[in-house]
Design a protein around this ligand. Structure first.
Ligand SMILES: Cc1ncc(COP(=O)(O)O)c(C=O)c1O
Length: 427
C-alpha cells in the first residue's frame, strides 16, 4: 500500500521576516546576506517575494551563464532526470565523455576531471601538483596576493587574502603568495620545493584585475625553465565571460604565441546554476592521477554533464562569446562615462567582456548605511533598492558578472540605474 506522508507545514510566502527568521534559527550564519528574499527568476531578472524585480547583473557570482529559467537548461534537466540522474564513476556514460571532449576542444590537448565546485577543481590541481613533484620532494604552490581560490583548508591556504584565513590557522603547508602581475616577485619567490604556480587570468574577488600578456607569457617561460606546472584558476573568469572560452585566450589575443597552461580549473558558469566543477590538465600530465588516486561521488554526473553540454550548445549557437564581448564593451564604456560625470563616486572601471569592476571613490560622504559596513556593501544596497543586483568585491569594488546572453537594452537599463544612484550621491 502506498505510504501516506503527512503534509509539510505551509510554506512561508511573501513574508520576508518569516523567511529571515527561519535562517536565523536554522542556518549557520557564515554569510553576510542582504535583506532580499528571492522568489524566482526569468532571463536576466530576479524577483523577490514582494514582487519587486531586479536586473541581475551579479549573475549569482558569475554562475547564471544563460540567465534564469532558460528553457535549454530546464529541458536538459528534465530530459536527463527522466533517464538517469546519477550512476557513480564506477561506470561510463556518454555525457561526461562528450563534455570532456568539448572542453578539450575549447582549450587544447589534454583530459578533464569532474567535481562539483570551484574549490574542488582547484583542490584536484593541487593534488596533481603534489603527485607531479612527489618523488623529488617538491610540493610548494605559489599563488598571488588578492587571489581567491575557495574556502576549503587548501583553498584558503592558496588564497591571497588574510580575511579568509583568519581564525583557521595553522594553514595547510605548501602555499605562499606573491604580488600579482609581478614576474620578478614570482621568480624571486621560487624555492627548491616549488612545484607549481596558480594564478587567475582576471582576479575576481580581488577586484577584477586582468593579468597582463607579458605576465602570462613570462610565467610560462619560468615554469618551462624550472620544471613547474602552471595552473590557471578559471572558475570565475572562464567560460566565455571575457569573450573567449578562457581568459588567457582573450588576454593573449593578437599576440603570436602558443601559450597553454598545464591545468585550468572551472566551475560557476559551466553549470549555469547546476553545481559542477572541472579541471583540464595538459596532455603530458593527463594520466598522473591514475585509478584510485582521486575521485568524488557526484562528480560529472549524467545530469550535471547534460546541463553543461546544453549550455555550451546555446553559447555556440547564439555566439554568446561575441555577445559578452560586445555588450561588455558597451556596458564598460557606459561606466567609464559615469566616471567622467561622477568622479566623486566612481574612481575606476576595469575588466574584460562581461566581467567588470567599478571601483568607488574613497569616502563618499553621502553614502548611507552603517559605517561598519564597507562602501561596496552600502553602494550595493542602494543599487538593490533601485532594482539592480551587483556583487561587492573587497571594500570598494562592485562586480558585474551578468548572464552571457545579457541584451544591450538590459545593459542600458543597468547603466541608467547605476547613474541614478551615482547622481544622488554626487548631488
Ligand atoms: C577564482 C575563484 N576560484 C575558486 C572559487 C571557489 O569556487 P566555489 O565557491 O565553487 O568552490 C571562486 C569562487 O568565487 C573563485 O572566484
Amino acid at each position: 500500500m502506498k505510504e501516506v506522508v503527512p503534509s509539510p507545514p505551509a510554506i512561508v510566502r511573501n513574508d520576508v521576516a518569516a523567511v529571515q527568521s527561519l535562517f536565523q534559527q536554522n542556518v549557520v550564519p557564515s554569510y553576510g546576506r542582504f535583506d532580499i528574499v528571492l522568489s524566482h527568476g526569468a532571463g536576466s531578472y530576479l524577483y523577490d517575494v514582494t514582487g519587486k524585480r531586479y536586473l541581475d547583473l551579479g549573475g549569482g557570482i558569475a554562475v547564471s551563464s544563460l540567465g534564469h529559467a532558460h528553457p535549454a537548461i530546464v529541458e536538459a534537466l528534465a530530459e536527463q532526470a527522466r533517464k538517469v540522474i546519477h550512476s557513480s564513476n564506477f561506470y561510463y556514460h556518454e555525457s561526461q565523455g562528450r563534455l570532456a571532449q568539448s572542453l578539450v576542444n575549447l582549450i587544447g590537448p589534454g583530459k578533464c576531471f569532474f567535481g562539483n565546485s570551484g574549490v574542488e577543481a582547484n583542490e584536484g590541481l593541487f593534488k596533481l601538483a603534489r603527485k607531479f613533484g612527489h618523488d623529488e620532494g617538491r610540493f610548494e604552490i605559489l599563488t598571488t596576493i588578492n587571489s581567491f581560490h575557495g574556502r576549503t583548508l587548501a583553498g584558503i591556504a592558496a588564497t591571497g587574502q588574510d580575511k579568509v584565513k583568519k581564525g583557521f590557522e595553522p594553514m595547510v603547508p605548501g602555499f605562499r603568495q606573491v604580488p600579482y602581475n609581478d614576474l620578478d616577485a614570482m621568480t624571486a619567490a621560487l624555492s627548491p620545493a616549488t612545484v607549481a604556480i596558480m594564478v587567475e587570468g582576471v582576479q575576481g574577488e580581488g577586484g577584477v584585475t586582468p593579468a597582463t600578456p607579458e605576465y602570462l607569457l613570462g610565467l610560462r617561460r619560468l615554469c618551462n625553465e624550472k620544471k613547474l606546472l602552471l595552473f590557471m584558476d578559471g572558475v570565475q573568469c572562464g567560460h566565455f565571460r571575457t569573450g573567449r572560452f578562457q581568459s588567457f585566450q582573450r588576454i593573449l589575443e593578437g599576440i603570436p604565441n602558443s601559450f597553454l597552461p598545464d591545468g585550468i580549473s572551472m566551475a560557476k558558469s559551466l553549470g549555469g546554476g547546476f553545481p559542477i566543477g572541472a579541471f583540464w590538465v595538459r596532455a603530458p600530465y593527463a594520466d598522473l592521477l591514475s585509478a584510485g588516486t582521486h575521485g568524488t561521488t557526484f562528480g560529472g554526473s549524467p545530469l550535471a554533464c547534460s546541463v553543461s553540454l546544453s549550455i555550451l550548445q546555446v553559447i555556440q549557437r547564439e555566439n554568446l562569446a561575441e555577445n559578452a564581448r560586445r555588450v561588455g564593451e558597451y556596458f564598460k564604456n557606459g561606466l567609464l562615462e559615469l566616471r567622467e560625470r561622477y568622479p566623486a563616486v566612481v574612481q575606476n572601471v576595469r575588466g574584460l567582456g562581461l566581467m567588470i569592476g567599478l571601483e568607488l571613490t574613497p569616502n563618499i560622504s553621502m553614502l548611507p548605511g552603517e559605517s561598519t559596513k564597507t562602501q561596496a556593501t552600502r553602494f550595493a544596497n542602494l543599487l538593490h533598492s533601485a532594482g539592480l543586483l551587483a556583487i561587492p568585491a573587497g571594500t570598494q569594488i562592485l562586480r558585474f558578472l551578468p548572464p552571457l546572453n545579457l541584451r544591450q537594452a538590459e545593459a542600458e537599463e543597468g547603466l541608467k540605474i547605476i547613474e541614478s544612484v551615482a547622481a544622488k550621491l554626487a548631488a
